[in-house]
Design a protein around this ligand. Structure first.
Ligand code: ADP
Ligand code: MG
Length: 256
């Protein structure tokens, strides 16, 4: 059965999509069978991996029962992808029936056995889409950027996690906080590390040993339809994402 990881933080611009792409393509490169699911109406995950998202079947079509899963999954060299686009933005209003927390759970129950890993990219929000991701996930990874302001606001995500654990998915665990766009030379590094540890404690988790350093090629990769790992394999962020994959796999394998 697939191990399902949701990449989440209600703040935008913290590296959720970059991390999702790196995990999808990195795990695929390591011989794992991987499915990436985009739950962000901005559609960045599919776009970043080279999919034409404007006019293609998306996760929304499956939620609406208009298309079958097999019609929506795109097979790419980086892994299988269920893309999203702006049509998903009405989800909060549109999916208002009871059971709406289980839209994603229902749809992947048929294919869970086909994959080793499922990576879910989420919107910069704590809404019904986020809850759908938490309901299916075994684990959450929370990317954060090392800026004081960006580290504030942990109580909201904690509340969402606690609610999902209580009502829908008691096995959900926060695997860790991943510091991205990291620059160890900053004077603030020590304070930021302490603050991140503090947040991790509040979420009963830890900060991953691996930090993802900043690199200009990260911004270029999506335009080429590739993750940073294949676009610029020798760059610092690519090196770091590979170390992160080592750390992650070790952790998952030692738990199972
Ligand atoms: N390690 C990094 N180094 C440099 N730029 C980065 C890094 N990680 C992310 N970025 C840039 O930051 C912006 C936000 O990243 P993204 O992954 O889209 O965040 P989110 O999905 O959380 O909104 C993008 O422009 C991306 O290119
Ligand atoms: Mg994103």
């Amino acid at each position: 059965m697939a191990y399902i990881i949701a990449i989440t933080n209600q703040k935008g611009g913290v590296g959720k999509t970059t991390t999702s792409c790196a995990l999808i393509s990195g795990l695929t490169a390591r011989g794992k069978k991987v499915l990436g699911i985009d739950l962000d109406p901005q559609g960045n995950l599919g776009f970043s991996l080279g999919i034409e998202i404007d006019d293609c079947p998306t996760v929304y079509d499956i939620f609406k029962n208009r298309l079958d899963l097999t019609e929506v999954i795109q097979h790419t060299e980086f892994g299988d992808i269920i893309p999203s686009n702006i049509l998903l933005s009405g989800a909060e209003l549109e999916f208002n029936r009871s059971g709406r927390e289980f839209l994603l759970k229902n749809l992947i129950s048929n294919i869970e056995n086909d994959y080793d890993y499922i990576i879910v990219d989420t919107p910069p929000a704590l809404n019904i889409l986020t809850v759908n991701a938490y309901v299916v996930a075994n684990a959450l990874i929370i990317p954060m950027i090392p800026e004081i302001l960006s580290l504030l606001g942990v109580s909201q995500i904690k509340e969402t996690i606690d609610t999902v654990k209580k009502f829908y998915n008691q096995n959900l665990q926060v695997m860790g906080i991943l510091l991205t766009k990291y620059n160890s030379r900053l004077n603030l590094a020590k304070e930021v590390n302490e603050m991140a540890e503090n947040i991790a404690n509040q979420l009963y988790t830890h900060v991953f040993d691996t930090k993802i350093r900043t690199g200009v090629s990260v911004a270029e990769a999506p335009a080429h339809g590739e993750s940073i790992i294949t676009y610029s394999p020798k760059s610092k962020p690519s090196f770091d994402y590979n170390s992160f994959l080592d750390e992650l796999l070790k952790k998952i394998e030692s738990n199972s």
